[in-house]
Structure formats: C-alpha cells, structure tokens
Design a protein around this ligand. Structure first.
Ligand SMILES: [Zn+2]
Length: 328
C-alpha cells in the first residue's frame, strides 16, 4: 500500500523520524514544510499510519486492526483538519474539535494523531485556540502540521513545533521515480524541469488535463506576444485553474528574468518556450518583468491567504499586465 511508505527521496528523513519515534524522542508536534509537490503529505501519511499501527516495523504493518481501519478511510484516533469546502481559512470551530479530541483518551488505546493542513490557513483566532493543546497535548498525542510557506504561520504556533523543512529532492532519485510513474510517456526529464524539480508536481502536470492547461497557456502566451486581446483571452481560461495559471505565469516570468540576466538557456525551466521568450524580452525591460513578477506573487499570496479575490478579475488583470509589457 503506497501510503504506508514515504516517497523514495524522503528515505533519510523517514529513517530519522522512525528512530526518534522508536526511542520515544519524537516531539508531540511536528511541522513539515516545503513547496507544493515535494511530498509532505505522503511523508505525513506514512508517519500517521506508523504512529497508529499496533505492530509497526520499518513502516506501518498494513494488516493490524488499526491499519485496516485507516485503509478503510476512518480511524477514531485520527483527526484531520483542513479548510471547510470553498473556504481558504481554517477557522476556530474545527480547532475547538481538536481541543475536545485531545481531551479524550484514545479509543484504540494507542496514540492519537491530529493532522492540520495547510497550517498557514489557520486564522489568528484558530491559531490562538490551538496553542493550549500544542503546549499540553496529553499522553501519546502527535500533531503533524503541514505548510507550503511556514513563514505565513503564526510565530507562536511555529515555535511550538519541531520544524522539518523539506527541500527540492535529489534529481536522480526524483527522475527515477517519475519515469516509473509516468510509464511510457518517457519525458520525465522535461516535466521535472518544468516543475522546478518537484517530482509529485511534475507527475501531476504531466497528467492529461493538466498537460492540456499548459498547452492552452502556451498558445495564449503566443497570442499575447502577437498582440492578442487580453480580456478575450482571459474569458477562455478556466477560472477554477487560476492558481495553476498564476503558477505557470510566475515560472515563465522567472525564466524570462533568468534569460534577461544571464542569457543562459540551460537554466530555463521551460526550454520549449525559448522562441516566445526571445520575442518577449525584445519588448520589455528587465525591471518591468520584475514588477510583473512581484504583482503575480502578491496575487498568488492573496489567493492562498483567502483574501477571496474574484478569479475572473485576477485573470483579467494579470493578462492585461502581461499583454501591456509584451506590446510595449
Ligand atoms: Zn499495523
């Protein structure tokens, strides 16, 4: 069962976590941070399973009563907290549930685990409500907090967790895994580069629908370079994909800036876009690309933070700015 073991590039950190757990040295609150697609979730899932397992070995056994409950999708001693549907924030109500959960004894007589994701989505009231449980969690309780950008968490929460920052994994390991995952597609190298070295993100992007989005955006970029009308182009985009669209926009801007600064095409994450980049760098100055990059990152931050901007307006404003630079 895949979720019982973490992805291969987390093997070293996994060994350390397991050794600490076996020696009773694992702190009761862990913060796993790292970019989206680095495999935080998979590492956390494996640790959840091993913590709840009654006969853990190198990983959870997959066969005991506890493992079977987990596999069936419900375990009474596991509580997962995430933003409610259509919301970006984790508010105080689910944290009150966490506090009640921590106050009970474990139903299976073993450990209790609380997974909070994304931890930076907790609003201030929720964060403050969680503090007491983090400080005095009671016996055999493990909090696992996951965050893409831990600096956006309340400092008081962060300081009460042991922080494990997961960086870009080893390229050879990632590529081996990706080629196996993508199977016959065989362009793992390209997608790993596009995804900035993040294997799970690469696998996701190379999948059918996501691959189509990149193709659409490439055509849109091409159209804007040739003077296309940005509002009309924005209307054709799927507003649900706004975060991914901004993600691509940011990656492409970073490429443009790399090209503008060094001219080194080996550093490009999207080498297939070089002809478009060449056209684009003719039209605008480096500092304008930097400004557009700042703008895109701010929009991305607002979307993630739940400032609740209208996705259609975000897309329009974004494409209008792109297009203005490409035409200038
Ligand atoms: Zn088990």
């Amino acid at each position: 069962m895949e979720y019982l073991t973490p992805p291969p590039w987390h093997a070293a950190i996994w060994q350390r976590l397991c050794a600490m757990q076996d020696d009773g040295r694992l702190p009761h609150a862990l913060l796993l941070s790292g970019p989206h697609g680095v495999g935080k979730q998979q590492l956390a899932d494996a640790l959840v399973a091993r913590t709840l397992c009654r006969r853990p070995g190198v990983s959870a056994c997959g066969e005991c009563h506890s493992c079977r409950m987990l596999a069936a999708g419900y375990h009474p001693d596991l509580l997962r907290v995430a933003p409610a549907d259509n919301r970006r924030q984790i508010r105080i109500d689910p944290i009150r549930e966490v506090n009640a959960f921590v106050a009970q004894t474990a139903q299976q007589g073993g450990a209790r685990v609380i997974v909070l994701q994304p931890a930076e989505a907790m609003n201030v009231a929720a964060g403050n409500a969680l503090l007491k449980s983090l400080e005095e969690p009671g016996e055999r309780t493990l909090f696992i907090l996951l965050a893409d950008i831990p600096s956006r968490m309340l400092a008081t929460i962060r300081s009460r967790c042991q922080h494990w920052a997961l960086g870009i994994p080893d390229r050879a390991q990632s590529l081996a895994w990706l080629n196996e995952t993508l199977g016959e597609v065989q362009d793992g190298d390209f997608w790993l580069r596009v995804a900035g070295g993040l294997p799970l993100l690469a696998a996701d992007m190379a999948g059918g629908e996501a691959r189509g989005l990149r193709q659409d955006l490439q055509e849109l970029f091409d159209s804007l370079v040739r003077g296309g009308e940005p509002i009309a182009e924005a209307a054709r985009l799927d507003r649900q994909a706004v975060e991914r669209i901004l993600w691509y926009g940011i990656a492409w801007l970073e490429d443009l800036i790399r090209l503008g600064l060094s001219g080194d095409i080996d550093q490009l994450r999207n080498p297939d876009l070089l002809p478009l980049y060449r056209q684009a760098v003719k039209n605008a100055r480096l500092r304008d690309w930097f400004r557009l990059l700042d703008y895109a990152r701010e929009q991305q931050r607002l979307l993630i933070a739940g400032g609740n901007p209208n996705p259609q307006l975000v897309l329009e404003a974004w494409l209008v700015r792109w297009s203005a630079l490409l035409r200038s």
